[in-house]
Ligand binder design. Sequence first.
Ligand SMILES: *[C@@H]1O[C@H](CO)[C@@H](O)[C@H](O)[C@H]1NC(C)=O
Length: 123
Amino acid sequence: MLRSVFCSLFGGLGAFYCLAVASAALAKGPYCQTHNQKWGYPFEDLGGSYLQNKTQWEACVTPPRVVLWHMVLFSLLLGLGLLELLLCGIQVVNGLLGTVCGDCRKAGDREGVGVRALATIGV
Ligand SMILES: *[C@@H]1O[C@H](CO)[C@@H](O)[C@H](O)[C@H]1NC(C)=O
């Protein structure tokens, strides 16, 4: 049980890293070529306003549709990171409860409930 908790904590750490990278990338914007032929991060200092304002997307010329790609990719990563964090959180709580509580069933229930049930119906 405790091993599962540690695995989940490690997974949660990875999920947190994924969230951090994805949100930082979304805030910074894609690396692309602008109108004056220079490569850079044209949305870097705009505080992420390009996410709502499509007219700003034209600041990126090459590669084509890079802003949309960037947003879709890192939004997916953000969503998956959140999901992973949620699942790992549930698993940590579950594992801790299991460690603290142990096998909480009564001793009688533990041994062969299924077998006895089968016996009562005559199999
Ligand atoms: C979107 O960005 C363009 C170009 O920077 C700007 O002229 C326009 O006012 C912005 N629109 C909104 C709704 O912020």
